[in-house]
Every structure is written in structure tokens, then in C-alpha cells.
Design a protein around this ligand. Structure first.
Ligand code: PMT
Length: 402
């Protein structure tokens, strides 16, 4: 962090008091810190606090040009090696997602080419609101990095996700970023499958499932953060592609089969988190089916089992399957590992609260070939992805030592 220029943008929420501690920790780590505050942030803590902690003047107003030879927001945007918004309110996230530049923070961020990190803090229901979720996805699409809020007691009285991440953890993340971070997967190619498959019935109808792709996208993003070259095979186009990954579109189980089989030789590791249909309609109608009197019987045929087929290849890479179960988790997961010759199975009981489809969290158990298992608690999908990838790294390291 020594000598790095960190531009800290403080927006208005109760967590502004933690941003003061963050300023102090950033300065202690050797970084140069400059602070911009929104008008509402100033209502929680006075700019003087940030001035004293950063040893720099604090910016609050786009039109308060202190130095006639410079335009402050452009000067700050160019000065920064990294821009950190902490706490980031729902309002600021919304403005940034829509390119609105009506205050010193949003104007400066629009003008910077430095990496932007966003650390939200707000009420748990606000954080879960579809508008905030959509805006965060948009920011991720811009390449901004999200420092997810932590779970816990919130100032509004609720308990849940919404607390600003602890200042020391934020500083640790930035240190990793500037030092190039631990990159245990550098030089490796990881192929991840994510999301549901879509099995067409006719031009307007299809069979699918409740997978959102979040688990697979989190795996892809975290693998890229660990230095891997990532290929992401998916039907999902509603999530922003993680920075540094190659997206390979595949809608149906058949398309996913061809996409994976066409690229598997490039991969050192394959992680099959996609929820692939086991059955597909025998016949796909090229015109919209018209309703008839009485019931309709749809004939389905089995799809190809991609994981099983990969497991049978002699040149197979390290193979990780997922198991989505609602009962007998361990038996079914171990059965899948044997039948599909996977090196590891990540099982989730999708009937448990906080686990499985669509949400931002998961509860997984990792089963390994040596018969061992590791049960993880409720974690965000990103945290779970990091743990899964660390387990994979450990197994690969063991194999390489043999
Ligand atoms: O996408 P999210 O909303 O975040 O939800 C995440 C998830 C619940 C989808 C994910 O955590 C998960 O469990 N993915 C696997 C779902 C699944 O299809 O499980 P399965 O038990 O039916 O299949 C076992 C394994 O075989 C899986 O790795 C699957 O990708 C693979 N398979 C299955 C059928 C098939 N024809 N080909 C396959 O390769």
C-alpha cells in the first residue's frame, strides 16, 4: 500500500463512522488518502475528522474549486490509483449505475479510469431490493469490484446482510489487490458451467429449472481473482460476466454438451455447477403448439450426462461435480462421485433455507475421493466459491506432489 493514492468516497449512512476508522487504517498502511464526502455523509461525521485522519483537505462540493489552476474532480479522478466508495448507499449505487453525475462523488467517479471498489452498507431489505441488486450487477458489468456487506446487527434494528465490511478486512483486500494477491490458480485454465439449461418445446415454451447462475458466476469470478484463465459455459445473460472470463453461450443440455466437449482439453479444472436438464422433449415444434381438447402428453428423452462422459475420458482434467439434493445428501453425493468418476462433489441440500437456487448464499458440503468431507456453514456464494476453489487447489497440489 506504500505510496498508493486511495480516493475514499464517503456517502451518507450510519456506517460513515466506520469510514473514519478506515481512513486511519489506510493512512497507517502507508497509502496517501484523499476523501470526498457527499452532503449527507457530512451530516453523520464532520469533514474535519477525515481531514485530520487523512492529513488532506476533504472535498464536498464540485463547485468549491480551491485551486484555480486545477479542476478538482478531474484532478482527483486522475490522481487516484484506486477509488473506494465506503460506505456506498443505495442512492449512490443507483446514481453510478445510471451515469448520473450531480455531486462531487458521482462526478469524480464518472471521470476516473482507476479501479473502483464499492463497499455497500444499508438496511437488509434495501440491500435485497431488486433495484439495488440490478444496479450492483450493472456496476459489476462496468468492472467495479464489490466488497459485500457483512451479516449482523444493523443500526436500524434489523439483523441481516448490510453492515459495512470491517475496515481491517477492506484494507486487507486492497493490500492483496496491490500486491497481486495470492494467485494459486495462475497458469491454470478453469472451465465452469453455470445456470439452468433451456429445453425448447416450441418457439414460445421451454422446460427449465430454478438455477440463476449465481453459484457458477461466483466460482468463475473467484477463480479469475485467483489468477486462473476462466471459460464460463452458460445460458445466463442476466448476470454481468465476471471480469477476465470468456463466456461461451449454451442454452440446451445438448449445446452445453458440445460447448464443454469442444473446450475441455484446454482445462486443468472443470467445475460443473450448472443445473443441466436430465430430460428434453423428443420433438421440438417449429410453430407454436395450439391447445387441443383434453390432456397433452409430452414425450421426453434422456439428455447426455456431460459430467459422466468427462469422467470416462482418460485425459480428463480435475473434475468437480455438484449435487443438488433434497434428501440423503451424503449417499446421493457419494453415489454421483462414483458413477460419474468425479474427483470432488459439492453437494447442497436445496430444500434448506439459505441454500441452493437463486439466493446469494449457499450451504455446501465438499466430498472428496479419499472419503473425507468438509461441511461449510451458511456462506455467501462468493465465500463458498473461494472455499471450494481452495479445496481444489489443495487436492491438485497433493496430486502434483505424487
Ligand atoms: O445457479 P444458482 O441459482 O446459484 O443455484 C446453484 C445450484 C443449486 C444450481 C448449484 O449449487 C447446483 O447444485 N448445481 C448442480 C445442479 C444439478 O444439476 O445437480 P444434479 O445433482 O442434477 O447433477 C449432478 C451433476 O451432474 C452436476 O454437476 C450437473 O452439472 C451434472 N450433469 C447433470 C445432468 C447432465 N445431463 N449432465 C451433467 O453434467
Amino acid at each position: 500500500m506504500l505510496g498508493k493514492n486511495i480516493l475514499l468516497c464517503v456517502t451518507g449512512g450510519i456506517a460513515v463512522f466506520k469510514a473514519a476508522a478506515l481512513t486511519s487504517k489506510l493512512a497507517q498502511s502507508g497509502a496517501h488518502v484523499k476523501v470526498i464526502m457527499t452532503e449527507s455523509a457530512c451530516k453523520f461525521v464532520a469533514p474535519l475528522t477525515f481531514q485530520a485522519l487523512s492529513r488532506n483537505e476533504v472535498y464536498t462540493d464540485t463547485f468549491d474549486e480551491k485551486h484555480p489552476e486545477k479542476i478538482a474532480h478531474i484532478d482527483l479522478a486522475d490522481w487516484a490509483d484506486l477509488v473506494l466508495i465506503a460506505p456506498a448507499t443505495a442512492n449512490m449505487i443507483g446514481k453510478l449505475a445510471n451515469g448520473i453525475a450531480d455531486d462531487m462523488v458521482s462526478t469524480t467517479i464518472l471521470a476516473t479510469t482507476a479501479p473502483v471498489w464499492v463497499a455497500p452498507a444499508m438496511n437488509v431489505h434495501m440491500y435485497g431490493h431488486p433495484a439495488v441488486r440490478r444496479n450492483l450487477e450493472t456496476l459489476k458489468g462496468f468492472g467495479y469490484r464489490l466488497i459485500e456487506p457483512a451479516d449482523g446487527h444493523l443500526a436500524c434494528g434489523y439483523t441481516g446482510k448490510g453492515r459495512l465490511e470491517e475496515p481491517e478486512n477492506i484494507v486487507a483486500l486492497l493490500k492483496d489487490f496491490f500486491s497481486g494477491g495470492p494467485k494459486p490458480l495462475s497458469g491454470k485454465t478453469v472451465l465452469v458451467t453455470a445456470g439452468p439449461t433451456i429445453e425448447k418445446i416450441d418457439p414460445v415454451r421451454f422446460l427449465s429449472n430454478r438455477s440463476s447462475g449465481k453459484m457458477g458466476f461466483a466460482l468463475a469470478e473467484e477463480a479469475a481473482n485467483m489468477g486462473a484463465n476462466v471459460l464460463l459455459v452458460t445460458s445466463v445473460d442476466t448476470l454481468a460476466p465476471p471480469a477476465g472470463t470468456e463466456i461461451i453461450k449454451a442454452e440446451s443440455a445438448e449445446e452445453m454438451y458440445h460447448a464443454v466437449m469442444g473446450r475441455y482439453k484446454e482445462a486443468d479444472i472443470i467445475i460443473k455447477s450448472a443445473a443441466v436438464a436430465d430430460y428434453t422433449p423428443v420433438r421440438v415444434f417449429d410453430k407454436k403448439m395450439k391447445k387441443q381438447p383434453g390432456n397433452l402428453t409430452l414425450e421426453l428423452k434422456r439428455t447426455k450426462d456431460i459430467l459422466k462422459e468427462l469422467g470416462e475420458r482418460l485425459d480428463k482434467p480435475f473434475l468437480v461435480g455438484f449435487a443438488a439434493e433434497t434428501d440423503h445428501l451424503e449417499n446421493y453425493a457419494r453415489g454421483k462421485m462414483e458413477r460419474k468418476r468425479a474427483d470432488m462433489i459439492v453437494a447442497n441440500d436445496v430444500s434448506r433455507e439459505g441454500a441452493g437456487f437463486a439466493g446469494d448464499t449457499n450451504i455446501v458440503t465438499i466430498f472428496k475421493r479419499d472419503g473425507s468431507k468438509r461441511e461449510l456453514p451458511l456462506l455467501s456464494k462468493h465465500e463458498a466459491a473461494r472455499e471450494i476453489l481452495r479445496e481444489i487447489c489443495r487436492e491438485i497440489e497433493k496430486d502434483e506432489k505424487k
